[in-house]
Design a protein around this ligand. Structure first.
Ligand SMILES: CCCCCCCCCCCC(=O)SCCNC(=O)CCNC(=O)[C@H](O)C(C)(C)COP(=O)(O)OP(=O)(O)OC[C@H]1O[C@@H](n2cnc3c(N)ncnc32)[C@H](O)[C@@H]1OP(=O)(O)O
Length: 194
């Protein structure tokens, strides 16, 4: 096994991404998009609490500390948890384009075991856009932004409207979310996308 994977490749006609003029400034923290998001929500005790910052291109960076609740093997992070950290970081790229997008495809290479207490340094960038499809890549490094490469991912996100969540989400959570002015503000931020 070479470890090589078949990555999602932008099709002919895909265009380079354009940083939205109203994207968060480079270095600005992108807050949690939903209190109970397993990836970033402060309301999930065993969640990942990934904190994402805007980059200066169509990119973001984040840190994630692996905790005991995230183990798969003794003392090591579960692969699904690590994929979630990548997914969350990639998902935040929507802020840079000012669109809401959900994961369509996520291909992950796990290159190194990641022990509990490790701080993973995550970086994600949009590589191309084709219609509603957003092509992106991410990395996870151990111990520092230039540390050993532990994770690599390529993904296709698909742009959706807020209605996607209203249509598919469980009514109790949707109603609670719509009643929360802060959450509505997050949703509206995307709806003004020209
Ligand atoms: C309030 C703030 C909240 C903000 C919320 C932000 C949340 C971020 C959270 C982190 C990220 C996540 O975990 S998101 C959660 C996990 N993901 C999901 O739940 C998505 C589940 N899947 C779906 O809902 C659907 O399949 C969609 C939306 C992805 C696509 O359905 P659709 O809208 O009907 O679109 P469809 O016509 O099928 O496809 C449109 C184009 O995308 C392509 N496409 C569709 N699916 C895929 C795919 N899996 N892989 C590659 N490409 C795909 C099609 O070929 C087509 O290309 P062409 O013919 O145009 O060329």
């Amino acid at each position: 096994m070479s470890g090589r994977t078949t990555a999602p490749t932008p099709p002919d006609g895909a265009v380079p991404p354009v940083r939205h003029p109203d994207a968060p400034a480079p270095g600005e923290t992108i807050g949690s998009h939903y209190e109970y998001c397993f990836g970033c929500g402060p309301g999930v005790p065993h969640g990942l609490h990934v904190e994402v910052r805007a980059g200066d291109g169509v990119c973001v960076s984040a840190e994630f500390r692996v905790k005991e609740a995230h183990q798969g093997a003794p003392g090591l992070a579960h692969g699904g948890v690590l994929a979630t950290a990548l997914d969350e970081t990639l998902g935040s790229l929507g802020w840079m384009l000012r669109v809401i997008a959900v994961t369509g495809r996520l291909e992950t290479d796990f290159l190194l075991p990641v022990p509990v207490d490790t701080v993973l340094h995550l970086h994600a960038e949009v590589t191309a856009v084709h219609g509603r499809k957003i092509y992106a890549a991410a990395t996870g490094r151990i111990g520092g932004p230039e540390g050993p490469l532990a994770l690599r991912a390529e993904a296709v996100f698909v742009e959706v409207k807020v209605d996607h969540f209203i249509e598919h989400g469980r009514p109790a959570e949707i109603q609670a979310t719509l009643a929360n002015p802060d959450q509505v503000k997050v949703a509206r931020a995307f709806e003004v996308n020209p």
